[in-house]
Design a protein. Sequence first.
Lengths: 236, 281
Amino acid sequence: MKAIRFSFFQMVVTMGRDMMLFMACLAPILAGFFFRFAIPVLETVLTQSFHIPAVISPYYKLIDIFFAMLSSTMFCFVSAMVALEESDEKTAVYLFITPLRKTGYLSARFGVPAVIAFLVTLVLLPAFKLTPLSPAAIFLFAAGGTLQGMIVALLVLTVSSNRLEGMAVTKLSTLTVFGAVVPFFIKDKVQYGVFLLPSFWIGKAACENGLFYMLPAFALSVMWISFLLKRYMCKM
Amino acid sequence: MIQVNDLSFSYTKSPFISGMNFSVSEGEIFGFLGPSGAGKSTLQKILIGMLRTYQGSAMVNGVECKKRTKHFYENIGVDFEFSTMYEKLTARENLQFFSSLYEKKPRPIDELLERVGLEQDADKRVADYSKGMKSRLNFIKALLHDPLLLCLDEPTSGLDPTNSHMMKNMILEEKAKGKTILLTTHNMQDATELCDRVAFIVGGKICALDSPHNLIMSKGAATVTYTWFENGEHSASCPLGRVSSDEQLKGLIAENRLQSIHSSEPTLNDIFMDVTGRTLV
């Protein structure tokens, strides 16, 4: 535990010294303020301008689950960037042959940040949500968002070989989050074309008020994470 | 300290290391010599628990390498040929972080930095270090937790003669403290100076294993080559052990007509080429 703790603190130090990573950690809070306070104002302006009852408000649930996934994804993105830098500098290889080992390294770089991302989402989501969400919904969406964040981080690490590539791959891999949009806009069975994306099921759970849809989201997330983790371990 | 029995390993379907057997005693400096791609680094990776899909047995400090736990690494220090430091951190911050990963009380960081002449640069970012400075820093990082086994990969690579000499002295000091040292190198001079025994590795197999002295002696005695002038320059050679029976040499010495005389001892490199038919490139 000591090695994991110090290795995690080391990551925090690296984040603190890198303005881009530091801002990425603050992004969920900034986005939260925007979602919570700017979007309702924007909705009022739009409805008054176009003389229609609703423009954005039917999608407030979608914004809430996006926010749940955003905060986790940002924390996991930061971890992935630090891990890529450690891979570039070959410090990761060295850490594997200290008492930290590979398992401790993965815990320090993905396990602990994921737990923190989950806890932060549990705090931020009730503060910035636009729709009434039950405690169970908040808990499940935060958990689903955290798993989605881990998938994005592992995709970045598995596909890219340095930090620069990592930034490019991040943009592509965050597209997996957009599976959540599908149930809101495609109502027929075509929507199941993206059934392999856990975010689709999170979106479905929010859209149809059916938290049981979170089960396939969790199951698929676990499958994605195990697959990507194996690839990452082989790569390292 | 190390016991390797019938060790085989493969990255693909064809064997990369096969049927390897050797042991290394406590307090011994053991050298792995061989050309690039011979299997030295792979062997080192197996011994430090990085590659675990090997066949046979590789025991380090009583632990089978593929079954290593975190305690296994409390007593292993590795100095890779490449830098394994956080470039954005200072040397001191790097050493403080890496020492924090071990349960053991670390050796004093300032003392180690001073020992390798980096005390003035301790608070400089590693990114601003030269290659030689990074090599020295890498080396002391391996010593931080006072391990029983040190694995050194080309420790003098990129060092000037003064720092190379200093590094070799430090390695010998660690040996004097009873540490076991595995040295992987291309440098025959380093191997001859430092190693108690060396193993020549080619094609994933050990071709020869003995002390540098015994290996050199196995080639035969040194030869003496002398020159003299008699209607032009002439030269002749004879084995060192037979100089007293070389009548020509005796006559030239008696008549004080020798122009030059020198002995040439075989080097470890000669032995390596003899045994393996290859050079260390």
